[in-house]
Design a protein around this ligand. Structure first.
Ligand code: VGL
Ligand code: ZN
Length: 201
């Protein structure tokens, strides 16, 4: 058992990010069993769930003529347009059926506002609207977080960088993450995380 100041953040281990899902990440299902084995080591356990309305503005389907994986400019900055995924209440938005969620203390849902995406577990993509996770962790005495899940280069990356900027000690267990890797996004994410002092384990 690790000291009580350490939390595990299990990011977006949902059907749509696993093989067969709408935004499948290669090997996404391979990490489920080893994540299950790691969870009991932590006293504080937070899971996140990408959770979008069917007309979410990050979906290419909502922008006439736009292809999935293209970029657009949103009022809060550049945004990748995704295939429709993790729609509120759908099977695709459910946790992978083998993920052991019984130990979850807290489940944070994000991306539920139509106008703005939220990769990070801490802030929406405007980098200012909080999810409340910072307060939850601090009020439980957490100052160090370990991240695992999907996808390394998007939601894990954004969550890890925000946690580091907020002053948490941050470790990303890369072997328990899988990446989308769009146009070098994995290399950029690794560099960005390292630059913020995130430990890539
Ligand atoms: C994610 C793209 C869109 C993720 C979520 O969990 O990394 N990626 N929504
Ligand atoms: Zn999403």
């Amino acid at each position: 058992m690790r000291p009580a100041n350490q939390a595990i953040l299990v990011i977006d281990v949902q059907n749509d990010f696993c093989p067969g899902g709408a935004l499948a990440v290669e090997g996404g299902d391979e990490i489920v069993a080893p994540i299950n084995a790691l969870i009991p080591e932590f006293a504080v356990r937070v899971f996140t769930q990408d959770w979008h309305p069917g007309d979410h503005s990050s979906f290419a389907s909502q922008h006439a003529g736009a292809e999935p994986y293209s970029m657009i400019d949103m009022p809060y900055g550049p945004q990748v347009l995704w295939p429709d995924h993790c729609i509120i209440g759908s099977q695709g938005a459910a946790f992978h059926s083998d993920l052991d969620t019984r130990g979850a203390d807290m489940i944070i849902r994000k991306g539920f506002r139509r106008e703005i995406d939220s990769y990070s577990a801490f802030f929406e993509n405007d980098h200012t609207t909080p999810t409340g996770l910072e307060g939850y962790l601090r009020s439980r005495g957490v100052d160090a977080v370990t991240l695992v899940g999907l996808a390394t280069d998007f939601c894990v990356n954004f969550s890890a960088v925000d946690a580091a900027k907020l002053g948490f000690r941050v470790t990303v267990v890369e072997s328990l993450c899988r990446a989308i890797d769009l146009d070098g996004s994995l290399a950029a994410a690794r560099n960005g995380m390292a630059a913020e002092g995130v430990t890539l384990a």
